[in-house]
Design a protein around this ligand. Structure first.
Ligand SMILES: Cc1ncc(C[n+]2csc(CCOP(=O)(O)OP(=O)(O)O)c2C)c(N)n1
Length: 661
């Protein structure tokens, strides 16, 4: 029978050989954490390789995602659909084994990791999702939502500021089923961390109200086992298991040095490592008995089948709950969602008033959030300003997880990465608010929502100089362009209640992130017929037509649409006929067919103006080089907003003057 060290060495060998073959990668962490991974994956983790999506599986996150080969080796050895040929393709074009773990690319990978610290935040989100769903759906004798979330982190994850944001919350929320393994190897890329990372990590986590298990020898199976048992037993505190390990364990010259961190060990060192580990198999050759010992397929199948039996009984006893949970797992919106929201939009056209779009957004939530129990709202301490709380929302606290609203505190990045964790966990749709200007703080998590195509909704209010007196630090300028430049994100900037309602409807119908940019200030309601209302969801549409012929086109979004319409009306009085195109979502407009785009923006109309209180860059594709963008290319000002608009020339008179010139 293979010894457990040999089983761990299979991970080491696969990692060093795949990285050597790829001529790039990070062998140190996989080799250092192999013993921990072997104990966790063979003795504790509850997953079904035959069905990686089984809902009640334990979640595993490799937050130190550069150690990707560790996860690939684990998945391969455990029997997931990841062959030895796939491992040989590590880091190659279109392989199932990309350079860092990517959701959707590899069966068994739960979230995309690599940007350090965010996997840990995703893990907090997953553990939170488990707790919220358990509170809603579990019944006595029917703990149908009941799993652990395991996260591996390195020094890098714990140095990143986001680890503070999310671990503070995990402690506050008593996330007892979150178990984090700290790979305390004393090394990061620049060398020994003792010169840049001297926190007392155990004390730091105790201060967050975590259970901390210190001084575990990460190469000693008995100690690792004991630590996991103690972690699982503690239902009221998340656990940090601090494991002392050697980076590159087994490599005689490179272990314990930064040389093992991020480059192939090299043929000579690999040969010596084979000797030292007593591993005399050829690259990518794993003895049958080692495969057998690792194989989790039967156990996983049995675990899922036991759960299926439990769920079948649950379904009999609690048919409504079972049906509801399945609906959410399958990402189905309530059957009448599209119809009801469409009717609401039509009514709004006559019933709504001039308003701030953040208020319109809150009105929409008041109407529909109660009908969407999968929505988990929240804000980074700007609830009142963002308008994210709706009537009847249940606020989450450590004593109440039967909830759907989260006060994240002042933690924009943490909130956003936790929302990614909630979304990838499944059965929930998170949305969270902050000011648009602080999208910068959340930025890389928004990027990961986009890479992973997760339905995470960012409510970003105070979307321009229109917020007024708070001044340049609070007035977004470059943010709209930055968000639009991010692939897979729909950036909405509605101009009134009707567009705001369509925006929410579309954000919920889209499998991917949406950013909702909303005003602080009141803006004018626009008039539309039914066809125009129906065209809002196309991202851009003709809102106002000056006359039969089109002398010029003004494009605008959000608060600047009213400037465009008033300017067009003034010009109409002077027999200059201007079409106004409202473009609440440029990303979606660009996806429309050429015929529609050409109909909205006829190519023979060259005189074009765009108005948007932000960086002008994204508009030149629509106005052309001869066109004019009324935008802002400097930081804002502290003053009543009407004065700032005048100061920056974003006025009806300036637009009229340019079009007449
Ligand atoms: C946010 C972020 N910043 C920087 C990097 C680049 N990077 C990858 S690994 C690493 C060092 C991580 O050190 P540690 O967690 O101790 O990993 P180990 O050396 O133990 O493998 C850095 C800086 C990254 N992946 N993410």
């Amino acid at each position: 029978m293979s010894s457990r060290r040999e089983l761990a060495n299979a991970i080491r060998a696969l990692s060093m050989d795949a990285i050597q073959k790829a001529k790039s990668g990070h062998p140190g962490a996989p080799m250092g954490m192999a013993d921990i991974a072997e104990v966790l994956w063979r003795d504790f983790i509850c997953v079904n390789p035959g069905n990686p999506q089984w809902f009640n599986r334990d979640r595993f996150v490799l937050s130190n995602g550069h150690g990707a080969m560790l996860q690939y080796a684990l998945l391969h050895l455990s029997g997931f659909d990841l062959s030895i040929e796939d491992l040989k393709q590590f880091r190659q074009l279109h392989s199932k084994t990309p350079g860092h773990p990517e959701l959707h690319d590899t069966p068994g990978v739960e979230t995309t990791t690599g940007p350090l610290g965010q996997g840990l935040a995703n893990g907090v989100g997953m553990a939170l999702a488990e707790k919220i769903l358990a509170a809603e759906f579990n019944r006595p004798d029917f703990t149908i939502v009941d799993h652990f979330t395991y996260v591996f982190v390195g020094d890098g994850c714990l140095m990143e500021g986001i680890s503070h944001e999310v671990c503070s919350l995990a402690g506050t929320w008593n996330l007892g089923k979150l178990i984090v393994f700290y790979d305390d190897n004393g090394i990061s890329i620049d060398g020994q961390v003792k010169d840049w990372f001297t926190d007392n990590t155990p004390e730091r986590f105790k201060a967050y109200h975590w259970q901390v298990i210190e001084n575990v020898d990460g190469h000693d199976r008995a100690q690792i086992t004991q630590a996991i048992i103690a972690a699982q037993k503690n239902a009221t505190q998340p656990t940090l298991i601090c494991c002392k390990t050697q980076i590159g364990f087994g490599a005689p010259n490179k272990a314990n040095t930064e040389e093992a961190h991020g480059s192939p060990l090299g043929d000579a060192e690999i040969a010596l490592t084979r000797k030292k580990l007593d591993w005399d198999h050829a690259p990518f050759e794993i003895p049958a008995e080692i495969y057998e010992a690792w194989d989790q397929r039967k156990i996983g199948e049995a675990e899922e089948s036991a759960w299926n039996t439990l769920f079948a009984k649950y379904e009999q006893k609690f048919p409504e709950e079972a049906h509801e949970l399945l609906r959410r797992i399958h990402k189905d919106l309530p059957a009448d969602f599209a119809q009801k929201t469409a009717e609401y939009v039509e009514n709004l056209q006559s019933s709504s008033k001039d308003n701030a779009t953040r208020k319109d957004s809150q009105n929409w939530l008041n109407q529909f959030a109660p009908q969407l129990p999968e929505l988990i709202g929240g804000s980074a301490d700007l609830t009142g300003s963002n308008g994210t709380l709706w009537k009847g929302a249940k606020v989450l606290s450590k004593n109440n997880f039967d909830a759907n609203y989260i006060h994240y505190g002042v933690r924009e990045f943490g909130m956003s990465a936790i929302m990614n964790g909630l979304a990838v966990h499944g059965a929930m749709i998170p949305f969270g608010g902050t000011f648009l200007v602080f999208a910068d703080y959340a930025r890389n998590a928004i990027r990961l929502s986009a890479i992973m195509k997760q339905k995470v909704i960012y409510v970003l209010t105070h979307d321009s100089i229109g917020l007024g007196e708070d001044g340049p630090t609070h007035q977004p300028i470059e943010h709209i362009t930055m968000l639009r430049a991010t692939p897979n994100v729909n950036v909405w900037r509605p101009c009134d209640a009707v567009e705001t309602a369509v925006m929410w409807q579309q954000a919920l119908l889209t499998q991917g992130p949406s950013c909702l940019l909303l005003t602080r200030q009141n803006i004018q309601k626009q008039h539309r017929d039914l066809e125009q209302i129906n065209n809002i969801k196309k991202g851009g549409y003709v809102l106002f037509e000056g006359g039969e012929k089109i002398d010029a086109i003004i494009l605008a979004t959000g608060s600047e649409v009213e400037i465009a319409v008033v300017a067009a009306k003034k010009l109409q009085e002077q027999n200059i006929f201007v079409r106004v195109v409202s473009m609440p979502c440029m990303d979606i407009f660009k996806q429309q067919d050429a015929q529609y785009r050409g109909w909205v923006l006829p190519s023979d109309v060259k005189k074009r103006v765009a108005i948007e209180a932000g960086a002008p860059d994204s508009w030149y594709q629509f106005v052309g080089l001869d066109g004019k963008v009324f935008g802002i290319e400097r930081f804002g000002l502290s003053a009543p907003y009407q004065e700032i608009y005048a100061e920056f020339g974003l006025t009806v008179d300036k637009v009229v003057a340019w079009l007449k010139a």
